[in-house]
Design a protein around this ligand. Structure first.
Ligand SMILES: [Zn+2]
Length: 101
């Protein structure tokens, strides 16, 4: 092995070391991009609360598995039925007014 080859291999080894270091650094940055999940408290309009994991600490729902008709088999919403009706009335009146406009 000549002196030149020895120097070349030393530089090459250093280049590989730097490349590996950069790749590891890139992974660390990507890891930081992922959203941070925390323990969240979910609160439903029916009063049901439970814990889950989310990017938000508090989650408020109109319906959940405890009060949704799909899960309960009942056709009555605990509170949402009134809200939907009010919303539909309000929206309906608004649409009629716009048509006259
Ligand atoms: Zn509910």
């Amino acid at each position: 092995m000549t002196e030149w080859e020895d120097a070349f291999l030393t530089i090459w080894a250093h280049a590989v070391y730097l490349f590996v270091s950069c790749t590891k650094g890139g992974r660390a940055v990507k890891k930081g991009i992922h959203p941070e999940y925390v323990e969240a408290i979910v609160t439903c309009a029916c009063g049901e609360t439970w814990r889950t994991r989310s990017t938000k600490r508090e989650i408020h729902l109109e319906v959940c598995s405890a009060c949704h008709p799909f899960f309960t088999g009942k056709q009555k919403y605990v509170d949402s039925a009134g809200r939907v009706e009010r919303f539909q009335r309000k929206y309906g009146q608004r649409s009629a007014g716009e048509n006259k406009g």
